[in-house]
Design a binder for this molecule. Structure first.
Ligand code: SF4
Ligand code: SF4
Ligand code: SF4
Ligand code: FES
Length: 962
């Protein structure tokens, strides 16, 4: 069983080329009114508002340009795009001149040619003449334009004042800024403003002294720059350029694929030299990102070739033994025989599997298929258990489907955004930028969050209301908002009458109208002034199109499902579901959380959210797979661990998840893992869970395989293989090998065949295929006969479940309360530069921004405890203790402390408890009662765990790379 020799690139993409997307100079305009004009004697019809430059480009005439690009509003500074227009004086800039009916434009005349050459001559006279050794050679618009305008000499010489000695800024780990090459076209400044919305750059000084300045003329790393790369992409010269291009040279082919980080699902061109990635360029045709990116997707791909990667299968008899490298055949056979032995000895239900929201749909589908068909039980769960399972329950119950209702583009039609328990600028940055753009256009904003996230106040935006509630009081808040809507006559009666179940609505209306749910009555619980809650509710209900975006700050609570229900109630009551600009939108954390849920990763559901007890559905799978399937739901992750501690659960196959770092109450998790007899971990690195593993199967990155990811807007994007799988097999092939060794035959030649099976078995995916996604660029499910090209907006006209169902949302305070012993409430979240457990981002230069998790504490709480900035502090809860560096800030309110969980040594999840959502078991990460004390020592757990970790990195006598 040797690794196959595979074609490194998906055959569909041959022959390999470097994809150059056209640049039409200025952005597209949408208008029902069309104008027809004549350009160089050729008639062209364009929507009103289109520039002359773009109109010309539409018919293939490219007018020379430098300061214009179609991702930015025209600026008109370089004067290279001059044209002549019949009946008009002078030579207007075509980028800033709108096309008008009957206009006659000339783009090429001797006069224009001379003017353009003069402009270029001035630029080149203050530009280094090092084209041959410049990293942008072959990909430089200045160089191109010199050729296009026919510049043959520079009459001014190079002796006068110039900028050629300007000093390079190398501070950013991923790109350089070489001001000597800058033509002050302002594209970078505009990209930072218009696309990214950070406003980190300005043109400082005047005339000859004008120059690009980051923040207060600081270096890029110290400035407000968040390293999204938009300015680098926009720069027409080598002034801003990726260090990877400087090192590797220009790429020679590209493969369009999908970011493997967050749930935005940005499309990228992996630009390659052979099998080496030179850079990741955001893809303009990407349905989710439209050519934008964040620091993770754009730059943080170096983990794929990091020295820590494990590339050979390994086994060991005991978790205290060093790892032995073995062949694939030996590892797979060993794992299979162990699972069989355990099932013979302890019963069919003694083993299970965990799928990953980081893996492709096809991989996830295969793991759940292996568990159901080869293990013969339903003990399969996914990491979505610990993030968005309440979304599934809450939206499924009220609306009838477990998914966000909108496209990301819909936000551009929103008049009011309500952002609850989400931090889009850090966790979903490309969508966060889009939100900011809409807010700058005048949309209103309500933020419900215990912490002052960036959206509350940022460059040129400010929330109308920040309801800084106490952690754990979300249900009281959504019900108070509903109270205002119901009692102040703000319900959209016509919508509710037409579209919702009347009896449930009547019960709900009476319930939320009770005085005990008023903002005044709940103020003591939420800590938010009643007047603010009333004003926010009025704005949401009456401000026009109102859209709700929420995240893990909603779901990861003991009443996570109830809050999701409350959110859906609010949207139904105000008629804000079923068109552009409105809706209920869970912002999914990891790249394929939506997909993992869709694929049937939960123990109670097959793909498409159909219960395992549904005879017809189960029988259809039985017929296809040729095995009898269980009709009872299997174990969830926490139940598997409990059963392991009890001695009835003995073996687990974990693909792409690190439950020993990401799941709550780590002592319980590690105890459960330690109690098992066969833990099989499939991952890129020896992660924390691998400390307890007996078999390690090396995994592959998104660059090494074909498949699909489904983002937070239900958009199915293709992941395309750009390099061969480093360990020899892609993850889906490994699952197949394991299944075959277990005696259940799987025989797929390509992941497209797995998708064909998913489509055949799942009504909402009926018309989905790799071919269709390839042709359309992406597809949003449901995609079936009723919606052959997919469904960007759900619940138009009627809800998926028929009538929308209002459900009561009784607030029950969490058992995790602050007390005299644990007086502070710890809540957790993410930071822009890191991702989840950090396994990938910690192995990139992103550590330049965040190299450790810190504890944010309010100045008042810090002073009471004698804590200063940068002190090491102990965080103690009922579950455990850890130690972190303190950062004193008023972003958190008194009584609340906050941290991230990206670094394994932080041990944040040693502190979090095993309380969980009543409906789904999603852990209550967001509320832990703690005490914080100054210390200068790591906790006992941290010391013990550091040793265990070191011991576990022994591979056949040698220490592993990390
Ligand atoms: S850095 Fe690039 S984009 Fe910015 S002003 Fe200079 S040349 Fe233009
Ligand atoms: S990388 Fe992004 S945030 Fe930084 S200056 Fe450029 S556009 Fe602005
Ligand atoms: S991490 Fe998210 S926002 Fe950033 S590039 Fe990837 S998908 Fe886009
Ligand atoms: S491209 Fe029109 S003025 Fe620069």
């Amino acid at each position: 069983m040797n690794a196959p020799v595979t074609n490194p690139i998906a055959p569909a993409l041959e022959p390999l080329t470097l994809i150059k997307e056209p640049d039409l100079g200025t952005p597209e305009r949408v208008s029902e009114k069309l104008v027809t004009l004549e350009i160089d004697g050729v008639a062209v019809t364009v929507p009103q508002g289109t520039s002359v430059m773009r109109a010309a480009a539409e018919i293939g005439f490219s007018i020379p340009k430098l300061c214009a690009t179609d991702s930015l509003e025209p600026f008109g500074s370089c004067r290279l795009c001059l044209v002549e227009i019949e009946g008009r004086r002078g030579t207007p800039a075509s980028c800033t001149t709108p096309a008008e009916p009957g206009m006659k434009v000339k783009t090429q005349t001797p006069k224009l040619a001379k003017l353009r050459r003069n402009v270029m001559e001035l630029y080149i006279s203050d530009h280094p003449l090092d084209c041959l050794t410049c990293a942008a050679n072959g990909d430089c618009e200045l160089q191109d334009m010199a050729g296009v305008v026919g510049l043959r000499e520079v009459r001014y010489g190079y002796e006068g004042d110039n900028h050629l000695d300007a000093v390079k800024d190398e501070s950013n780990p991923y790109f350089t800024f070489d001001p000597a090459k800058c033509i002050v076209c302002s594209r970078c400044v505009r990209a930072c403003e218009e696309v990214q919305g950070t406003f980190a750059l300005t043109i400082d000084g005047r005339g000859f002294a004008s120059h690009v300045a980051a923040s207060q003329d600081e270096d890029f790393l110290s400035s407000e720059c968040v390293s999204c790369g938009a300015c680098v992409q926009a720069c027409p010269t080598a002034t801003l350029i990726e260090k990877s291009v400087i090192e590797a040279g220009q790429p020679e082919h590209s493969v369009v694929t999908t970011c493997a980080y967050c749930g935005v699902g940005c499309s990228f061109k992996a630009e390659m030299r052979g099998t080496e990635v030179v850079r990741m360029m955001p893809y303009k045709d990407g349905g989710a990102n439209h050519g934008h990116s964040c620091v993770k997707g754009r730059f943080a791909w170096g983990y794929a070739t990091h020295k820590d990667r494990i590339t050979k299968p390994m086994i060991r008899a005991k978790i205290t033994d060093p790892w032995q490298e073995v062949s694939w055949e030996e590892a797979i056979n060993h794992a299979a025989s162990e699972f069989k032995r355990i099932q013979d000895q302890y019963g069919r239900g003694s083993v299970g599997g965990i799928t990953s929201s980081r893996c492709t749909n096809e991989e996830t589908y295969l793991v759940q298929k292996l568990v159901r068909a080869a293990f013969g039980n339903n003990n399969v769960d996914t990491c979505a258990r610990v993030c968005h399972s309440p979304t599934g329950y809450g939206l499924g119950t009220t609306l009838g489907t477990s998914a966000g209702t909108q496209t990301f583009d819909s936000v551009m039609d929103a008049d009011v955004m309500l952002v609850m328990g989400a931090n889009p600028t850090d966790a979903h940055p490309v969508f966060g930028s889009r939100m900011k753009k809409r807010l700058r256009q005048g949309a209103r904003l309500i933020v419900i969050d215990p912490r002052r996230i960036d959206l509350v106040k940022d460059a040129h935006i400010e929330a109308d209301y920040h309801l800084a509630l106490k952690p754990g009081t979300n249900v009281a808040m959504v019900t108070a908002l509903a109270h205002v809507i119901a009692t102040e006559g703000l319900i959209n009666e016509a919508y509710v009458k037409e579209r919702c179940e009347p009896e449930d609505f009547a019960l709900w209306r009476a319930f939320v109208s009770e005085e005990r749910h008023s903002p005044e009555a709940t103020e003591a619980v939420t800590g938010v002034p009643a007047a603010d809650v009333r004003a926010a509710a009025r704005l949401y209900a009456t401000g026009g199109n109102a859209a709700i975006y929420y995240g893990l700050g909603v779901t990861e609570h003991s009443q996570g499902s109830t809050t999701v229900i409350g959110i859906a109630n609010l949207a139904m009551a105000t008629g804000n579901i079923g068109r552009m600009g409105v809706g209920v939108n869970p912002l999914r954390g990891q790249n394929n959380v939506q997909g993992a849920c869709d694929m049937g990763s939960f123990p109670h559901e097959f793909s498409g959210y159909r219960h395992v007890s549904n005879d017809a559905v189960r029988e259809s799978f039985e017929a296809l797979w040729g095995v009898k399937l269980e009709s009872e739901p299997g174990l969830r992750i926490p139940n598997m661990l409990d059963a392991a501690m009890d001695g009835s659960f003995k073996g687990i196959y974990i693909q792409g998840e690190d439950i020993a770092q990401s799941d709550p109450d780590i002592k319980h998790v590690t105890g459960g893992l330690e109690a098992m007899e066969c833990v099989v971990v499939q991952d890129l690195f020896l992660n924390e869970t691998a400390n307890f593993a007996h078999v390690f199967l090396p995994g592959t990155t998104f660059l090494e395989k074909d498949g699909t990811f489904t983002n937070a807007e239900r958009r199915i994007n293709l992941v395309r293989k750009a390099t061969p799988p480093v360990p020899g097999y892609a993850d889906w092939e490994v699952t197949m090998l394991l299944s075959n060794a277990l005696g259940f035959k799987m025989d797929y030649k390509h992941p497209s065949e797995i998708m064909d099976e998913i489509a055949a078995m799942t009504p909402t995916f009926k018309n989905v295929s790799f071919k269709k996604i390839d042709e359309m660029g992406s597809v949003q499910w449901p995609c079936n006969d009723a919606a052959p090209d997919g469904t960007p907006i759900m619940h138009i006209g009627k809800f998926v479940r028929g009538k929308g169902r209002f459900v009561l949302t009784e607030y029950v305070a969490t058992d995790e309360k602050s007390t005299a012993k644990f007086p502070l409430l710890l809540t957790t979240g993410r930071i822009l530069s890191q991702y989840n457990v950090g396994a990938q981002t910690r192995r990139t230069e992103n550590v330049a921004w965040h190299d450790e998790d810190v504890l944010e504490i309010h100045p008042h709480d810090a002073e009471q405890r004698g804590i200063h900035d940068d002190d090491i502090v102990s965080i103690i809860s009922r579950a455990g203790e850890t130690a972190l560096k303190a950062v004193i800030t008023d972003r958190v309110q008194p009584g609340v402390v906050y941290t991230t969980f990206h670094h394994f040594g932080s041990g944040v999840n040693v502190v979090t408890t095993d309380f969980s959502d009543w409906a789904t078991n999603c852990p209550e990460y967001k509320v832990t009662a703690v005490e914080v004390r100054a210390t200068n020592l790591p906790s006992e757990w941290q010391l013990k765990y550091a040793k265990l970790r070191d011991d576990n990195r022994q591979i056949a006598g040698k220490t592993a790379a990390e």
